[in-house]
Design a protein around this ligand. Sequence first.
Ligand code: NAD
Length: 262
Amino acid sequence: MVKVMVNGACGRMGQAVVKAVLEDAELSLTAASDMKGGMDAGTLVGMPPCGVLVSVGLDAAIDAGKPDVMVDFTRPDVVFENACKALRRGVSPVIGTTGLSEDEKASLARLAEETHTPVFIAPNFAIGAVLMMLMARQAAKYMPNVEIIELHHDQKLDAPSGTALQTAAMIREVRQSMKQGHPEEKEKIPGARGAEVDGMHIHSVRLPGYVAHQEVIFGGLGQTLTIRHDSINRESFMPGVVLACKKVRSFQGLVVGLDQLL
Ligand code: NAD
């Protein structure tokens, strides 16, 4: 049995993770925390009471539940601090919260080595999204003109999404840096062409109704190729989160990306 704590338990993703952990035979929910706490974690997600109180504060939750793993779905501005605290207490973070900088990831990798406590980060826990990224990297070898459009609900705090950044990073592994579009292109309104990574453009759409979606569009002579993934609901992420909880303790240091687990 892997003892799991959910940080951000009251959030959209946190609640889905609490439910997935309670329903899995090899995982045991021993702790939960959130800024808003005080209720039973089972009751919170519409299941029978499970005896785990959602604590306000990560240390209190670790003290109460002595978890092996902490799943974090909180906010971009607190996730780094949460992960450091967990690592210093010997608890392995499984991080779904997006927005960690490259410097912060490097610091977590160092802390993981120092504390002999593995840490796992996935910008996207949905298998379909991982396949989209792998296929995009393959396609970019042959069609280097590419733009990314990511579409999310309007409560998302970071833009572009972690998935879009990871997709661009994977495409960069095979694509020579090059400016796309007309060399004399001018934006009439700043931002019209979106964000730019190595000459690739990334566009972020934020609207109520969306969950998490992305299109990677490749253009060539007389043709386009579109690879699209849609997370229709948050259950799409749960098999990946559950798998990461089961595997993270067998890793060494920092591991990034669900593809590393498959
Ligand atoms: P949300 O706003 O619904 O939930 C966040 C929760 O965290 C809230 O309940 C809030 O009270 C709590 N919180 C905030 N600060 C906290 C702190 N310091 N300690 C403990 N709890 C705290 O957000 P969400 O839609 O559940 O998304 C959470 C994160 O997960 C976002 O960064 C989002 O981009 C990311 N996300 C990742 C994936 C993936 O597959 N990796 C999928 C979906 C969302």
